[in-house]
Write a protein that binds this ligand. Structure first.
Ligand code: ADP
Ligand code: ASP
Ligand code: MG
Length: 471
């Protein structure tokens, strides 16, 4: 059966006009004989605003928190009213929205009294974004003849209890899909679920981490053996770099699962890093498409991409990183020393991105986070430790980088005016990365883009899109 999972990000559902476009895209798929399962994010910026409200309440700023919630209440109410025409349906949806916000306000008031924001409460508060958007969009679909059926994602995406970064339970998700989603699809209904949110086996709300709606889409695609997983966003697909940094970035037409996973992990926000895994397991193609330009072919992520004559496919950037230098004059090369360092990161559940060692020191990079003082404190028991934030990792992804002579010289010549702090090449055949100051990111990426994407391979990159500007 031609089941397709369609995930729409925050900008694709940001207001009534965007939701209308989304409905038209889904209708287009149905007209092609496909059976869509729709996953939606919270309306754009809602997740950030809910987190700001939670932070305000936990500082005791009850008025500030409730003011944010009140603005969100009006936005959702107005969007719902703009999407529906039948007055009794508008009234029913409005009452439901009011009751959801009343419940959210109760939580915010409680938080302002307790003054302690736990990860569990944070997940509960932030879940309102997707709970509201998905219910409103399901009603809007139903009114547009799409047979939309709202499904609470927390009944399907069952996870462990690691709040804010919960790990999905594939077997239970598959069972819930078979039990709840499959009958709807078989009855030609269009299930609409919020992305990002789930619940543990006890029914307590969890989330999959920021940007996690892509992951929800991929989990459902994997569990239901979809023929494709479509990620609808606000750009034409995976581009040669973030178009916000380089407006002349080109669309990558086709890329491998492996390359896309590296890009996502190393900062290309267009795709959540965990998205690829469920697709790889079942060999389901992932398409990245633009909801503002649905006729564009987007990017196709598949198991084996065709050969590419350009050395790189894409430049990704991961900001807000910290370099930690650990110096121990005699101990570094002793047996088990590196393990003792990594054990400390493990204890604090802090993933390490890049590592480089010398005779007496080891440098590591991690996401800047509030665990750093405690990690540095533990490390200082075995070595001298320094850490420095506001660093960024630039990651160049391409086919067989290891096998290309002189490629490193070309990369570092392009960024010769930038101070490069750490370099990693060779760990993976398809990735070369280095650390720079965050303030140098724009200049470094533009120089690299100019150096490596002047004459891109037309089989892989959308070079036609560049021609009108060049004329
Ligand atoms: P959504 O809300 O649809 O999930 P996101 O904001 O998470 O959208 O991701 C889309 C954004 O990712 C784009 O607007 C773009 O600025 C950014 N981005 C970063 N790197 C890339 C890249 N290589 N290709 C395309 N977009 C990128
Ligand atoms: N709404 C969530 C976020 O902003 C999840 C997502 O959009 O993918 O992180
Ligand atoms: Mg996203």
């Amino acid at each position: 059966m031609s089941l397709v999972v369609m995930k729409f990000g925050g900008t694709s559902v940001e207001d009534a006009t965007a939701i209308d476009r989304t409905a038209a895209i889904v209708a287009g798929r149905i007209a092609l004989g496909k059976k869509p399962v729709v996953v939606v994010s919270a309306m754009s910026k809602v997740t950030d605003q809910l987190l700001t409200a939670a932070a305000a309440a936990s500082r005791g700023d009850r008025t500030g928190a409730l003011a944010i919630s009140s603005r969100l209440r009006s936005r959702h109410r107005d969007t719902a009213a703009a999407l529906l025409t039948n007055p009794s349906e508008i009234a029913a949806l409005r009452n439901w929205i009011e009751s959801e916000f009343d419940a959210l306000d109760e939580v915010l008031r409680g938080l302002a009294a307790i003054l302690e924001l736990t990860p569990r409460i944070s997940d509960l508060i932030v879940s309102y974004g997707e709970r509201l958007s998905s219910a409103i969009i399901a009603r809007a679909f139903a009114q547009r003849g799409l047979n939309g059926a709202h499904v609470d994602a927390r009944d399907i995406i069952i996870t462990d209890s690691q709040y804010q970064k919960a790990v999905p339970n594939d077997a239970l998700i598959e069972a819930r899909c078979a039990e709840i989603l499959r009958p709807l699809v078989d009855a030609s209904q269009v299930p609409v679920l919020g992305g990002f949110i789930g619940s543990n086996e006890a029914g307590i709300t969890t989330t999959l981490g920021r940007g996690g709606s892509d992951f929800t889409g991929a989990l459902l695609g994997g569990a239901m053996n979809a023929e494709a997983i479509e990620i609808w966003t606000d750009v034409n697909g995976i581009m040669t770099t973030d178009p916000r940094i380089c407006p002349d970035a080109l669309r990558v037409k086709v890329i491998s699962f492996e390359e896309a996973a590296e890009l996502a992990y190393f900062g290309a926000k267009v795709l959540h890093p965990a998205t690829i895994l469920p697709a790889v397991r079942k060999n389901i193609p992932v398409l990245v498409l633009n909801s503002r330009n649905p006729a564009n072919d987007g990017t196709r992520i598949i198991a084996l991409a065709p050969h590419c004559n350009s050395p790189f496919k894409c430049i990704a950037v991961k900001r807000k990183l910290t370099i930690i230098d650990v110096v121990a004059s005699r101990m570094l090369m002793t047996h088990g020393y590196l393990k003792s360092i990594f054990d400390i990161f493990d204890k604090h559940q802090c993933p390490v991105d890049m590592v480089s060692t010398s005779e007496v020191s080891v440098s590591l990079t991690v996401d800047s986070n509030d665990k750093l003082p405690a990690i540095a404190d533990d490390l200082s028991r075995i070595a001298d430790v320094k850490y420095e934030g506001q660093k960024a990792l630039v990651c160049m992804v391409g086919e067989d980088i290891r096998g290309q002579n002189g490629i490193a010289a070309q990369v570092f010549s392009a960024v010769r005016h930038v101070n490069v702090r750490m370099i990693s090449q060779g760990a993976s055949e398809i990735n070369m990365s280095f650390m720079i100051e965050e303030s140098d990111v724009e200049e470094a990426v533009r120089s690299l883009h100019a150096a490596f994407f002047a004459n891109p391979d037309p089989a892989v990159f959308d070079v036609e899109a560049r021609q009108p500007a060049a004329r």
